[in-house]
Ligand binder design. Structure first.
Ligand SMILES: NC(=O)C1=CN([C@@H]2O[C@H](COP(=O)(O)OP(=O)(O)OC[C@H]3O[C@@H](n4cnc5c(N)ncnc54)[C@H](O)[C@@H]3O)[C@@H](O)[C@H]2O)C=CC1
Ligand SMILES: O=C(O)[C@@H]1CCC=N1
Length: 264
């Protein structure tokens, strides 16, 4: 299918993640000729585009689309009453399995993916799993699609999507928690709030940039500072002793268990 012929439907496309995905597609040259049809539940989107039409009728959206992106909350999934009649569906819903989507939406061609909130700045990391019925042609568009709002990896094991829900899906919140902890520590020390916040946010942004720029492994960056033997090493040793690594592992496992039980 060439881009001229393609119509992508986005159910829940006015939500947090759905809108980010729509914006990513609209900004991409690869989808310049693709039309989008977006469904909403209560509030019609204020901004419109010639490339996008809107509807409240999800089955109408399905009929008009070549493929459908499902971006409603897991708890709203059971009420989505659609018959895809074998069309390709791409879910971004946490915790809802490919088998559940296949059964509920009447198609065996399911891509189960898990972007993250950084999709809104085209910096999502999106792992995805494809059901066996997806053809090579179906799969060929998926990396291009997810690259419109970040980067992606195909996973061979579906459970890895649940685990990555906890790692990278929830992930943007973890450095935010670290930034909050840094800010609170600085406030406790008596620093002005604007300085504390600016410093904490700049640290998270700078560290991300260093990891990306050096293309380094996180442990390399940590080791460099540990071997330096200065103030940073003192901070890192104390954080490790206080259980930082264990706290992160426990947090990830709690999110993983939540992902495993969300739709079941
Ligand atoms: N927000 C995030 O950071 C991430 C979200 N996800 C997944 O993305 C999905 C969407 O999440 P958010 O965008 O955060 O939620 P959201 O609540 O912002 O968006 C969901 C949208 O679906 C709409 N909706 C609900 N029922 C509908 C229906 N019957 N027809 C049409 N639209 C309907 C809602 O009105 C809402 O606009 C969830 O399943 C979540 O697990 C996955 C990774 C990250
Ligand atoms: O917190 C959540 O359930 C959603 C899915 C992954 C990130 N946000």
């Amino acid at each position: 299918m060439n881009d001229k012929q393609r119509v992508i439907g986005v159910i829940g496309g006015t939500g947090w993640l759905g809108a980010a995905i729509v914006n990513g597609i609209l900004q991409s040259h690869d989808f310049a000729n693709t039309r989008l049809i977006v469904s909403y539940r209560t509030h019609a989107p204020r901004e419109t585009s010639a490339q996008v039409s809107v509807t409240q009728d999800n089955q109408y959206l399905v009929e008009q689309s070549d493929m459908v992106i499902l971006s409603v909350r897991p708890q709203d999934w059971p009420a989505i009453n659609i018959d895809l009649k074998g069309k390709l569906v791409i879910s971004v819903m946490a915790g809802i399995t490919a088998a559940q989507i296949s059964e509920g939406a009447h198609t065996s061609k399911v891509i189960r993916s898990l972007p993250n909130a950084a999709a809104s700045i085209n910096e999502s990391y999106t792992p995805w799993f494809a059901s066996q019925a997806c053809s090579t042609d179906d799969l060929s568009i998926i990396p291009t699609l997810f690259n419109t709002f970040g980067t992606e990896d195909q996973c061979e094991i579906e459970d890895d999507i649940d685990y990555l829900t906890a790692i990278s899906g929830a992930g943007p919140a973890y450095p935010a928690l670290l930034a909050q902890a840094l800010e609170e520590s600085a406030l406790t020390h008596g620093l002005p709030r604007h300085i504390a916040r600016h410093a904490a946010n700049a640290v998270i942004r700078g560290s991300g940039g260093l990891l990306e720029d050096l293309n380094s492994y996180p442990e390399q960056l940590v080791n460099v500072f540990e071997n330096y033997g200065g103030t940073t090493a003192a901070g890192l040793i104390s954080m490790r002793q206080a259980g930082f690594i264990k706290a992160v592992d426990q947090g990830v496992n709690a999110a993983y268990q939540r992902a495993k039980t969300l739709g079941r």
